[in-house]
Design a protein around this ligand. Structure first.
Ligand code: PMP
Length: 378
């Protein structure tokens, strides 16, 4: 705490991202990055953006992100006016919380038990841990809804009065997904309350069905996407939202009250190229899916509990060994062998680990390490 901080900053409990080590070389299976390089067309487009016209970096970038939005619109079969781009989907999510959730009158934090939920937004108890951070930042009350005993979202639990709903599909860190029909039906029930459903599709390209085709009849549905995972561009920081034009305009109002140029020229050029090279990405992501299925079966064979995943990670519970118990001890044993995975020290999931899917070679080393740890007990 500092005397210079105002009460808003004092109240924040910021999100803690997964480790990006600099000291030694690890096999990184902790932040859901794609193990394959981005499309060569992305690198070409960035190089061209750097040099063309004698170097246009002296000029501001296009605040409307026109080329990127057109590329996303072609890829998803929507109009450019239905696309909003931002500096990573985290930024898009932050704007969406600010634009569509909370009235400004309520105060943030978990909603009191006696609250009927009318003003509080809803998200799952086990989900992306940035959601409560954004809610607190904007002073939006929230209530978490427990996943069922299989770690599935039960959409019917969200059909109650609320300030809006957000969850990822597939959910993170569980990897489980819901069919779009169930999501669209929930959007309809929220539309009756004039509330927004934000669907975070960060991992949808790894085998789940996107709800984007349902945008047309659902003006209160905003889908949020990222190039960090499926387009191998976590380092470029590009995300986008697809939704009805009223929602997109709301996001633009937020951005233009904050920073008109959230995406730089290099990011805009690289992202448009990535969105235009579906063939390359379909191929590498098919490989990630194949590896995920192989790793899931191998871990189940070693006695792990494996939640069926539609994402580029698996959520697993290691078998308890004589010298270790719980996810933290197993994560440490892997770290000692040069492999980073993600452990969340939270109720219900402290025994679990989230393992990002790497290359086949990386996953073979990971599986060998798991075999050693389960045999030796740590
Ligand atoms: N949503 C979910 C569910 C995520 O796991 C992540 C990655 N941490 C993001 C959004 C944000 O991704 P980015 O900001 O890299 O686009």
């Amino acid at each position: 705490m500092s005397v210079y901080w105002n009460s808003r900053v004092r109240r924040l409990s910021p999100y803690i991202p997964g480790e990006q080590p600099k000291d030694r070389k690890f096999i990184k299976l902790n932040t859901n990055e794609n193990p394959f390089p981005p499309s060569p067309k992305v690198v070409e487009a960035i190089e061209a953006a750097l040099t063309e016209g004698g170097g246009r970096l002296r000029l501001y970038p296009d605040p409307a992100c026109t080329e990127l939005r057109e590329a996303a619109a072609r890829r998803y079969g929507v109009k450019p006016e239905q696309v909003f781009a931002g500096n990573g989907s985290d930024e898009v999510l932050a704007f969406a919380f600010g634009a569509f959730f909370g009235g400004g009158a309520e105060s943030g934090g978990p909603a009191p038990a006696e609250d009927d939920g009318g003003g509080a937004i809803l998200f799952p108890d086990i989900s992306y841990s940035f959601y409560p951070v954004y809610a607190d930042l904007w002073g939006i009350p929230y209530r978490t809804i427990a996943l069922d005993e299989n770690f599935s979202i039960r959409p019917e639990d969200y059909r109650i009065p609320s300030g809006g709903v957000i969850f990822p599909n597939p959910n993170a860190p569980t990897g489980r997904s819901l069919p779009p029909a169930e999501i669209l039906s929930l959007a309809e029930s929220l539309e009756a309350q004039k509330r927004v459903l934000i669907l975070d599709e960060a991992y949808a390209a790894f085998g789940a069905d996107s709800a984007v085709p349902g945008i047309k009849g659902h003006p209160n549905l905003l889908t949020v996407h990222t190039l960090s995972k499926s387009a191998s561009l976590a380092g470029l920081r590009v995300g986008f939202a697809i939704g009805g034009e009223e929602l997109i305009e709301g996001l633009c109002r937020m951005r233009d009250s904050f920073n008109s140029y959230t995406l730089d020229r290099l990011a805009l050029a690289g992202a448009a190229a990535a969105l235009s090279d579906a063939a390359y990405y379909d191929e590498i992501n098919r490989r990630v899916i194949r590896t995920r299925e192989r790793v899931s079966a191998a871990l189940a064979g070693m006695g792990f509990t494996v939640i069926p995943s539609r994402a580029n990670f698996v959520f697993v519970k290691p078998p308890a060994g004589p010298a270790f118990r719980g996810g933290a001890a197993f994560a440490k044993a892997l770290r000692d062998r040069g492999i980073l995975v993600r452990h969340f020290n939270k109720p219900r999931i402290a025994d679990y680990l989230r393992i990002s899917i790497g290359t086949d070679g990386e996953m073979d080393l990971f599986l060998t390490a798991c075999g050693e740890i389960t045999k030796q007990g740590g």
